[in-house]
Structure formats: structure tokens, C-alpha cells
Design a protein around this ligand. Structure first.
Ligand code: 6GU
Length: 247
């Protein structure tokens, strides 16, 4: 998968050399290019922002450098066209389903806004030649899109075939499609069996795989009810069995 990231702070993306994604880059599964927006300015001060029309606080990113960088990174007529992802607190919520959808694309471009955002004409014009998604990570405000892009690239990158050592660790995730869909993952344990007077739950040592699956589902239901009651309320009633209802 090819990723182009446009930012005024390329240094934010140093972590993409580390761990899982670093390895995916070195093995060629991920081709990441980071572009400094200021290289598409033409004035001595490399200006990327200006005051907002209509007044108000803060600054808005000027359209011209964005237009030029997007034309360079994804020239009009590119076939296939990339998908453009614009992180913004005013976007649609980023979810595991969206991560899976993006992981199926051959080419993504991320446009990191700073200040009060990017002049809206940039996204409007980009939409005439590529799919554009304005995406939010949640109901809070970051200083810019860079950290949001790191989050999205990690969520997408770990879904690419060959990036995780063990394909099962993806299918078991909280929010992964399947019988545990929309349940949070329950607690996990490893050796030793007794630590600081705390035993590992006996059922996990029993070798009874049916009982273990049932226990895990109960714990997932309890944790979801406690931490994310909104997920339980939205669950398909048909996906709950008699035992679930008693938990
Ligand atoms: Cl995607 N960007 C910014 N700047 N702030 C956010 C966000 C994104 N998601 C939540 N807050």
C-alpha cells in the first residue's frame, strides 16, 4: 500500500520507522512518503496560513500550496486515483470498519491541517477527481492532524496482510466483525498462574474450550456494559443468547 502524508511538521512521522509499521516499511508492504507543505510555497517566509474571511480567531491554511502539493503527489488523471483522508474534528467518526475499508485501498493520501483548518475549496476541488473523507477520531480537539494520521496509519497498517505476525490477533480485536462484534475484549492473563496472591481464573487452565469461550464472552459483556453501555444498546438483539441476557 502506498501512503502520501502532507504536513508542515514532517518530524511528527518519525515513529513510522519503529515497531510493526517500521518493519512493514522495510519489507516493502508499506510505501510511506512524507511531504513538507512549505516546499510548495513561493514566498520568502514560506507562508502556509492567512486570516479567515468573515473574521474570527486563528488562521486558515491557504489553498495555493495545498493545490500544488496535491497536484504533484496525485496528478490529475492518476489511475487509480488515491483516496484523500483529511483529519478534522468536524469529520465523520473513524471506526474499525473505516480502517478496514481504507486497508483495502492501494493508495491513500493524508492532508494534515493545522490552525483552524484548510481553506474549504481545497477539499471541494479534490472531490472532483478523488474520493475524499473528512475524518474525526472523537469528540475532542487536537492541535493538528498529524497525531490523528499516526493513529489512522497504525489502525490501517496493522490490517494489511503480512503486517501482524498472527492473523488471529486481528479477528479477535474489539470491534472486529464476527460473533464478538461490538463487544469489548475481556481481561487476558499469562504465566505465572499465581502472582501476588492473585490466581489466574481457573476456567482458563481447564482445557475446556467451550467453557473458556463462554467465560470470555461473559467477561466481554460485563466490560462492555461497564465501559461502553452505548455499544450494548445498539447491539442486534438476535446476537444475544439466553445466557448473555443473565450476565
Ligand atoms: Cl482527526 N483532527 C484534529 N485536528 N482534531 C481532532 C481529530 C482530528 N479528531 C478528534 N480531534
Amino acid at each position: 500500500m502506498k501512503l502520501d502524508i502532507v504536513t508542515i511538521f514532517p518530524d511528527y512521522f518519525a515513529p513510522l520507522d519503529v515497531s510493526l509499521l517500521g518493519k512493514a516499511r522495510r519489507t516493502g508492504l508499506l510505501d510511506v512518503r512524507v511531504h513538507d507543505l512549505r516546499e510548495w510555497t513561493h514566498d520568502r517566509h514560506r507562508t502556509v496560513d492567512d486570516t479567515p474571511y468573515g473574521g474570527g480567531p486563528g488562521m486558515v491554511m491557504k489553498p495555493e500550496p495545498w493545490g500544488e502539493v496535491l497536484d504533484t503527489v496525485a496528478p490529475p488523471g492518476s489511475d487509480p486515483a488515491p483516496r484523500l483522508v483529511v483529519p478534522t474534528p468536524s469529520g465523520r467518526p473513524f471506526t474499525q470498519a473505516m480502517a478496514a475499508e481504507l486497508a483495502a485501498e492501494p493508495w491513500l493520501v493524508f492532508a494534515c491541517g493545522r490552525y483552524e483548518g484548510i481553506d474549504s475549496r481545497v477539499v471541494d476541488e479534490a472531490r472532483t477527481r478523488m474520493r475524499v473523507d473528512e475524518v474525526s477520531l472523537g469528540d475532542f480537539v487536537l492541535a493538528g492532524g498529524e497525531v490523528a494520521v499516526l493513529v489512522m496509519v497504525e489502525a490501517v497498517g496493522r490490517l494489511l496482510p503480512g503486517v501482524l505476525g498472527n492473523a488471529d490477533s486481528v479477528t479477535d480485536d474489539s470491534f472486529a466483525p464476527g460473533p464478538m462484534e461490538s463487544l469489548l475484549e475481556g481481561p487476558v492473563y499469562t504465566k505465572p498462574p499465581l502472582w501476588r496472591d492473585r490466581p489466574v481464573p481457573e476456567v482458563l487452565l481447564s482445557g475446556n474450550h467451550g467453557a473458556i469461550a463462554r467465560w470470555r464472552r461473559d467477561e466481554a459483556l460485563r466490560r462492555t456494559a461497564r465501559n461502553r453501555p452505548d455499544l450494548l444498546v445498539r447491539m442486534d438483539p438476535g446476537s444475544l443468547d439466553e445466557h448473555d441476557r443473565r450476565v
